[in-house]
Design a binder for this molecule. Structure first.
Ligand code: FPP
Length: 220
């Protein structure tokens, strides 16, 4: 029986979130620069998206660039941004062909203009697709997201459109970048690290966490 045949489709998570980790270590193992690891990581991204679409997972969220990643060496940040622009532009037609919608969460305005524009274009071109939603977390961190939500809620209290006693879990949910998305039931992290690293802290409250030693480029 193949792995795919063993999956109980009636118990499929609606939303899977992945921390794609280990690209740098994978590149080092090959005696290559870190960006070589990220380039090979794109193959695993493709496989993960295809698998979710084939199985019927509604949402797949990938941690592609954290707010902390801005502190990496400038040349790695530039190369990663170029890879993102190139990948998004090269894959939009395939996303459309497979009825996959692209969305993004994070401080998107902090992305370089070409990356931001490419992303918005791909989001617009795929917005009517209904099979699976691929969510890219870009310049994302959970503390940034929660801080933002608190500021928006505080403004509503200040201008009296909301009163403190009416704040519910749903108020928080609707002020997060993930508003309207189901919560992930499964979070996967590759590369042997057993941490959540500022990723979807509120949304992962009830998620099952799965850690694998495989490095991300080997995870296909
Ligand atoms: C973590 O590995 C990976 C990243 C910070 C970037 C992930 C990006 C991609 C796979 C490429 C493009 C993605 C999309 C969605 C188009 P690491 O560099 O932290 O590895 P290390 O821990 O071994 O150093």
């Amino acid at each position: 029986m193949s792995l795919k045949e063993k999956i109980n489709l009636s118990k499929l998570p609606q939303h899977i979130a992945i921390i794609m980790d280990g690209n740098g270590r994978w590149a080092k193992q090959q005696g290559e620069q870190r960006i070589f690891g990220h380039e090979n990581g794109v193959k695993s991204v493709r496989e993960a998206v295809e698998a979710c679409a084939e199985l019927g997972v509604n949402y797949l969220t990938l941690y592609a660039f954290s707010t902390e990643n801005w502190n990496r060496p400038q040349e790695e940040v530039i190369a990663l941004m170029q890879l993102l622009v190139h990948t998004i532009s090269a894959e939009t037609a395939t996303l459309n062909k497979n009825n996959i919608r692209l969305q993004a969460i994070g401080d998107l305005k902090s992305l370089p203009a070409d990356c931001y524009n490419e992303l918005q274009e791909a989001i617009e071109k795929t917005k009517d697709n209904t099979r699976t939603t691929l969510v890219l977390a870009l310049s994302y961190s959970s503390r940034w997201e929660l801080l933002n939500a608190v500021q928006q809620i505080a403004e509503k209290i200040q201008n009296k459109t909301l009163s403190p006693q009416n704040i519910t879990e749903n108020t928080i949910n609707t002020h997060l970048c993930t508003a309207g998305m189901p919560e992930p039931e499964l979070m996967i992290r590759t590369s042997g690290e057993h941490r959540i690293s500022n990723f979807l802290l509120w949304q992962l409250a009830y998620a099952e966490l799965y850690f694998t030693d495989k490095l991300w480029p080997d995870s296909n």
